[in-house]
Design a protein around this ligand. Sequence first.
Ligand code: GLP
Length: 260
Amino acid sequence: MEVIIYPTKEQANQAAADFVASAVVRNPRIVLGLATGGTPLGLYENLIEKYKKGEVSFAKASSFNLDEYYGLPADDKNSYAYYMRENLFDKIDIELENTHIPNGMAENPKIACEEYERAIKASGGVELQILGIGSDGHIGFNEPTSSLSSRTRMKTLTRETIEDNARFFDGNPEAVPTHCLTMGIGTIMESETVVLLAYGKSKADAVAGMIEGPITSMIPASILQMHRDVKVFLDEEAASKLKLADYYKWVYSRKPHPDW
Ligand code: GLP
């Protein structure tokens, strides 16, 4: 893992956006894996700015989102399908038909999840996966004790995640769906490169467990220690519980070349 710590999330977002945009410029047909939640909003804002300035085009890119609430139609303002249109897709030149999000209204979620896996494979696989992390260490909606080799499937959210996400549902945990469809951890692990963002004190324990703890399904993100190409962008607060924070900063400040 490459651990990149910036004083603020704004600086980390800019650096992450530079990395993502240059990957898209190098490979216009890139298959992106996209995340939702509060964390990637700053990254998306930066990418929209770069698109508007003509620095990057997503016209040939395609995307697969990590997850969707089960029971929310795409036009529900809390669905991740709505979130993606509102915060990215409608503001860049990606073709909507090239974007994919698990179907939260699927009559048979099992079949829908199998089809999602097939669609990812048919695309050639996710080349650049953007991730956030839950305060309990989840990635996508793979909650603690999820199988570390799981595929896209239905999951039940933990109370902690429901409480965390209630802020998007007018603060009402009762309004948060209890189920979701999410890419599995095995699915996420097959992406070529992972960019994980984590900001704020509430993520510090999960981040420390992910980077420096043992690999365990109790902190699903810790499996990323086994991934060959992960960049973790943090602000100081999210990095505050890392034992080797100074070492990561030392390594990054002495990088011989940005691509190495
Ligand atoms: C959500 C999403 C994850 C996200 C995480 C953190 O529930 N399913 O993809 O990374 O939890 O959310 P946030 O960025 O809002 O803290």
